[in-house]
Ligand binder design. Structure first.
Ligand SMILES: [Zn+2]
Length: 149
């Protein structure tokens, strides 16, 4: 079990996000370049740096963000006791329907594997479960993301 902040909030939830970029905006960039760009946006918005705990590139590459023990800045009122993961959208349709537009199979595999290695995660949700936002671009069904034991 991971605990966050001085109050040691137990971490039981992963909240998924998208980057809300223009189509192709990050094409050709490395994971580190994407991280650096978003970090700069977050600094400009007054956050203390990159607000997520990590991101997944379209090819499934993971780039670490905040330490999991540090409270994120990604979902108002849900930051304590959650991890915010960002799926860098490729918007290349792999299957018919909106659900697959927003992430690739490589991201799906990598994210499931990441969640499976974190002890104590019980819920996977989307930013749009908590705010009037499109983010992460689809309705998160946690059975798609949580490993079955
Ligand atoms: Zn979001």
């Amino acid at each position: 079990m991971i605990f966050q902040g001085n109050a040691r909030y137990p971490v039981r939830e992963v909240v998924l996000h998208c980057a809300a970029i223009r189509t192709g905006q990050f094409d050709g960039m490395s994971g580190f370049q994407v991280f650096s760009t978003i970090n700069r946006w977050h600094v400009e918005r007054g956050f203390t740096g990159f607000g997520y705990h990590g991101l997944f590139m379209p090819d499934g590459t993971w780039v670490s963000g905040r330490n999991f023990e540090r409270i994120g800045a990604h979902c108002l009122e849900r930051n304590r006791g959650s991890l915010g993961f960002l799926l860098i959208e490729s918007r290349k349709v792999e299957r018919v329907g909106q659900f697959w537009d927003w992430f690739t199979t490589a991201q799906w595999r990598a994210l499931r594997a990441k969640i499976a290695e974190i002890d104590g995660i019980e819920r996977v949700t989307g930013h749009n479960d908590y705010a009037e936002k499109l983010c992460p671009g689809f309705k998160v069904k946690q059975e798609d993301w949580l490993p079955v034991f």
